[in-house]
Every structure is written in structure tokens, then in C-alpha cells.
Design a protein around this ligand. Structure first.
Ligand code: PHE
Length: 373
């Protein structure tokens, strides 16, 4: 008969030795104490209380011990489990308290912050001024007409009566679009003014015709305080029976009044454009010194450089050759046209010193003009 196993020494089941259980407990408590977030705590729980944890594996050995040793080892392992579970629960409570504190801080809505001082964007003053100018003419019965920015040379020059050797066609003014196979010209240009829209309107719209055309234009000017290779113009064109220079003057006076207020005189002086005959440049009385050439204290007016007048536009009666190019009978119809630079008008109206400010896209610049719808 074999002897009962009473003499089995639990200390010899190495994993259940008190020092070994203490070590496993110590490891577990250290890992739990070091867990700095929920993931690390979960990893510590799996490592020290999971199915494959050393203590779990050791406790499986308890059943193999003789009854006397089993009770003692069982107590030891149970004690270790309790310690570890308490530590896990305490650490979890700490981490939850931390998280709650953080959430309260991070997700707090500061109801004292002024919601209405959040900076809104602003539309660009070139856009709002172009629209305002167009609106003046829409109010007088004009329609908005548009044309492409990459334009056929024929519309930009030929149909507008620019002779083939006109200096404005030369490289220093015009961006020519290269042709295929490296040819320097394709017959297309970046439009140098909005006047080609006149031609498009006359070719496609019924008479009488009243159109206004705002749009982007391009000239190969170097960028400096007063020139930009990309700028905007707005063009007006009227073709009807019996239109005279008096109608042109009336239209110009109406728009100066809309832009600068009543009471400023306008002046036409002879000028030359191939597509208008006669042609004139338009000046208006300086809106700052109102023609006095000097400021109230007698110092020279900086806005008009003491001229009393500010040049704002080109204009004229549509050249009969242009009417003919568009299939319009110049014996029956006459027309007038005018064109002005929007950036330039903006600079005059708002006292801007540098056109480059309009190009930089800094919302602080736009915002200074107020938020227009
Ligand atoms: N297109 C001319 C320019 O760019 C301006 C203009 C328009 C002149 C219409 C007369 C009539 O300088």
C-alpha cells in the first residue's frame, strides 16, 4: 500500500512557495500602479489575473497538493488575488476620476465667451465694388454681359478696329497664348480689356442694346504700387437709334453720383481709342477737395495731387467701323461705350496707396471695407 502523500512539502511546488507568490503579487501590484491609462490597466489585468497569468497557472497547482498544504497554499493564493483585485479596482477608480476631471475641463463650454465676436469673413472689395457699379447700370435698364478671359485676338483687337501694327498688341502689353508645337501665337490672348465683350454683345444680342460687363483683364505690366498684371474693368455699351454724346455724359454722371454722391461734376477731354470716335477720357471732380485743389486748411490735396480732377474712365461713341464689323447699320444706329478700372476706382474712392493690397488675399484688408452682402 502506498503511503498517503501527507509528507508532500508545498514549498517544493516552486510556484506556490510564499516567496514566489509574493513576487508574483509584487509584479502585479507594480504593473497596476504603473498603468497610466485604461489600456495599460487592461493589459496589466490580463497579464496578472488572466487565464495565462502566472498566479492563475500557480493556483491550478493547488488542487494537486495534499489537504493540509492545499489549505495553506489556497489561502496564500486567494490573498494574493484579493490584493491584486483591490489594486485593480483602486487604480480603475483613480483613472476614472482623472478622466472625469479632464472631461469636465476639456469639454466645458465657457458660456461667458462672446459668441458674436467670432470674426466673420468678408467679400473682397473688388467684387463688391464691381457688383455695386453693375447695379447702378442694371437700375438704368442695362443687362450684364460676360465674355471669356482667354479671348480670340479678333475680338480683343481686330473687331475693335486696332490696326494690325497697333502698339497695344505688342508684347509689353499683351499676354499672347502660345500655339501648338511651340508657335509663339495661337490667335488667342488673355484679354487686355473688357471691350471684346462689346463685340460679343453686338454680335449676339438684339438691338437696342444696353449692357454692362465687369471682368478680369490681363496686361504684362510689372507688379508695382499702381500696376498689376491682373486687374478688373467694367465696361458699358449702349447701341440704339439716336444716341449722342449727351447720353454718354448722362450715363457717366449717373454712375459718378452713385459712387461718390451727388454734386461732383464730370469732365470729358479728347482722347484716342481705336474703337470709339470721338473718344474721351472721363474725369470727375476730386471727391475730397471737391475741385478746390486744396484741403480745408489750404494744404495741397493729396488725392488729386492738387489737380482738382481725377481721371476715372475712357469712353466715346462707338466707332462706325466697329458697328459695321458687327453687322450693325451705322446710318441707323449709334452707340456709346465707356470702361474703367475697378481697382483704380477703389484706390481713388477709398484712398488706397498700393494696388498690391487688393491681391494678397488678406481678409483683414477686405474686412476693413465692411461686410457687404
Ligand atoms: N478698353 C479701354 C481700355 O482698356 C477703355 C475704354 C472702354 C475706352 C470703352 C472707351 C470705351 O483702356
Amino acid at each position: 500500500m502506498s503511503a498517503s502523500n501527507n509528507t508532500f512539502d508545498p514549498v517544493r511546488v516552486a510556484v506556490l512557495a510564499p516567496a514566489e507568490v509574493d513576487r508574483m503579487t509584487g509584479d502585479a501590484l507594480a504593473a497596476i500602479g504603473a498603468a497610466s491609462d485604461f489600456d495599460e490597466l487592461k493589459a496589466a489585468r490580463l497579464a496578472h489575473r488572466g487565464n495565462r497569468a502566472p498566479l492563475t497557472l500557480a493556483s491550478a497547482e493547488v488542487g494537486a497538493l495534499p489537504p493540509a498544504a492545499r489549505a495553506e497554499a489556497g489561502r496564500r493564493v486567494g490573498q494574493a488575488r484579493r490584493l491584486i483585485d483591490e489594486a485593480l479596482a483602486a487604480r480603475l477608480a483613480d483613472l476614472e476620476a482623472d478622466r472625469d476631471r479632464r472631461v469636465l475641463l476639456e469639454e466645458a463650454a465657457d458660456v461667458t465667451l462672446p459668441w458674436d465676436r467670432v470674426q466673420a469673413g468678408a467679400r473682397h472689395p473688388v467684387t463688391t465694388l464691381a457688383e455695386r457699379l453693375a447695379d447702378v447700370f442694371i437700375g438704368m435698364g442695362y443687362e450684364v454681359a460676360e465674355g471669356p478671359e482667354v479671348e480670340a485676338e479678333w475680338y480683343n483687337f481686330d473687331a475693335l478696329n486696332f490696326p494690325p501694327d497697333h502698339p497695344a498688341r505688342e508684347m509689353q502689353d499683351t499676354f499672347f497664348v502660345a500655339g501648338p508645337d511651340g508657335a509663339p501665337r495661337s490667335g488667342m490672348v488673355l484679354r487686355t480689356h473688357t471691350s471684346p465683350v462689346q463685340i460679343r454683345a453686338m454680335l449676339t444680342r438684339p438691338l437696342p442694346l444696353y449692357v454692362v460687363s465687369p471682368g478680369k483683364c490681363f496686361r504684362s505690366d510689372p507688379l508695382d504700387a499702381t500696376h498689376s498684371p491682373v486687374f478688373h474693368q467694367i465696361e458699358g455699351l449702349a447701341v440704339d437709334e439716336g444716341l449722342t454724346m449727351a447720353d454718354l455724359r448722362g450715363a457717366i454722371a449717373a454712375f459718378v453720383e452713385a459712387m461718390f454722391g451727388a454734386g461732383l461734376r464730370t469732365r470729358l477731354r479728347p482722347d484716342y481709342f481705336p474703337f470709339t470716335e470721338p473718344s474721351a477720357d472721363v474725369s470727375m471732380q476730386c471727391h475730397v477737395c471737391r475741385g478746390a485743389s486744396a484741403e480745408a486748411d489750404g494744404s495741397p490735396c493729396r488725392v488729386c495731387k492738387s489737380q482738382g480732377w481725377i481721371e476715372i474712365a475712357g469712353c466715346g461713341m462707338v466707332n462706325p467701323r466697329v458697328l459695321v464689323a458687327c453687322g450693325i447699320d451705322p446710318e441707323r444706329y449709334s452707340g456709346f461705350a465707356f470702361g474703367l478700372g475697378i481697382e483704380r476706382s477703389l484706390m481713388v474712392r477709398n484712398g488706397l496707396a498700393d494696388i498690391r493690397d487688393t491681391l494678397e488675399g488678406d481678409v483683414r484688408f477686405s474686412r476693413a471695407f465692411g461686410v457687404e452682402a
